[in-house]
Design a protein around this ligand. Structure first.
Ligand code: ADP
Ligand code: MG
Length: 363
């Protein structure tokens, strides 16, 4: 049984439809990242699950119990929102204990639970400190401990790393998955950062225009995005999109790019004659100084080292810009001027130009 089941949830504010039929199952212990652009309705969705906002129609069920009409405090949902505010006059211990204190739990129980969760989050040694004596990382963890201490059936996290500095965000992105897994929490985790979604989510639910356009593992979303819209949201630099019309020729299925004939897998033969968009991830473009089989000439206009990779700005003969990326910073003793590009045939994506939906290859 899913720990959280959301069925056809709808919510409008006046005439503005925010959620237009949202459905999702989250299994016990699973972390699902809700990812989408600003204003997509992510916070509204969490507020509906928490019960602090009422839906127009649809069902929210927790561990099999319909809680659609239940008041927030009876749902057993834990929440931590963007700023992770702590009570400034209370110690870390009392901050973490506050949900249990509010429930009038026995002091011995409170002590055991707070110490257990604090040890898990590696803040056992600062429990007597006031918030102002904690580092930003410790504050973050204290707030997370407070959300986890009451054993919520579902933990709702609304972009918790949004307002923290880059270093802490990076550390928490690495640590949070194991912290959440160790706590056994089932979590709905909202983020606007695709890398965070990919690092944290067992699955990612992509919310665009009030609907989940795709719910899948991070790998599946990257390799098999449901639409051009999803493909563009995942990947940095973003996917290259080239209008093409696949043609069946004696040598196989091909597309024309910048006056050159580029092969496409026969598994896309059903797309022949259709107006399509070819999606080429930057890392699927191979660049070399010498001509390559199935390649085409390009002008190499700029080479930008970027941490662990190097970006190459290419211009094809028809003026089209393409962004390629190579692993490593010292990608060849390059170089400007004439070069050649080739697409990795196994990494190509094909979309219907009109609907934007992905055209899956035949098996
Ligand atoms: P995000 O995905 O950035 O978290 P929100 O869920 O906060 O987006 O908001 C989604 C849309 O719903 C926005 O257009 C917002 O203006 C609107 N909205 C949210 N809450 C209310 C409200 N209480 N009254 C009217 N409009 C709201
Ligand atoms: Mg929000």
């Amino acid at each position: 049984m899913p720990q959280l089941a959301i069925r056809d949830l709808r919510k409008s504010f006046k005439d503005a439809v925010v959620l237009d039929g949202v459905t999702l199952d989250v299994e016990p212990g699973e972390i699902v990242c809700v990812f989408g652009p600003s204003g997509a309705g992510k916070t509204v969705l969490l507020r509906l699950v928490a019960g602090v906002e009422t839906c127009d129609s649809g069902v929210v069920a927790l561990a099999g119990r319909d809680v659609t009409e239940a008041p927030p405090e009876t749902r057993g949902v834990g929440m931590a929102f963007q700023n992770f505010a702590l009570f400034p006059h209370m110690s870390a211990f009392d901050n973490i204990a506050s949900p249990l204190t509010a429930r009038r739990a026995a002091p011995a129980t409170i002590k055991t639970k707070v110490e257990k969760i604090a040890a898990l989050l590696k803040i056992g040694h600062v429990l007597e400190h006031a918030p102002r004596e904690l580092s930003n990382g410790q504050k973050q963890r204290t707030a997370l401990a407070r959300a986890l201490v009451a054993d919520p059936k579902v933990l709702l996290l609304d972009d918790p790393l949004r307002n923290v500095d880059a270093k802490l965000r990076y550390e928490m992105r690495l640590e949070l998955p194991s912290l959440l897994k160790a706590s056994g929490a089932t979590a709905l985790y909202v983020t606007q950062d695709y890398k965070e979604a990919m690092a944290l989510g067992d699955r990612i639910a992509v919310l665009i225009d009030g609907r989940f356009v795709q719910v899948a593992t991070p790998g599946a979303i990257y390799r098999e995005p449901a639409s051009i819209g999803v493909a563009r949201l995942f990947g940095d630099p973003t996917v290259n999109l080239i209008p093409v019309e696949p043609v069946i020729r004696p040598e196989g299925l091909t597309v024309h790019i910048a006056g050159c004939i580029v092969p496409l897998s026969r598994r896309y033969e059903h797309a022949a004659g259709r107006a399509c968009m070819l999606g080429v991830r930057p890392e699927a473009i191979l660049v070399d100084e010498s001509p390559m089989a199935d390649g085409f000439p390009v002008e190499l206009e700029a080479v930008t080292p970027l941490n662990e990779k190097t970006l190459l700005l290419l211009r094809a003969n028809d003026g089209r810009e393409l962004l390629a990326s190579e692993a490593g910073e010292d990608a060849a003793p390059r170089r400007h001027g004439v070069a050649h590009a080739r697409f990795d045939p196994d990494a190509l994506l094909l979309f219907d130009a009109a609907s934007g939906e992905r055209i899956p290859p035949k098996a």
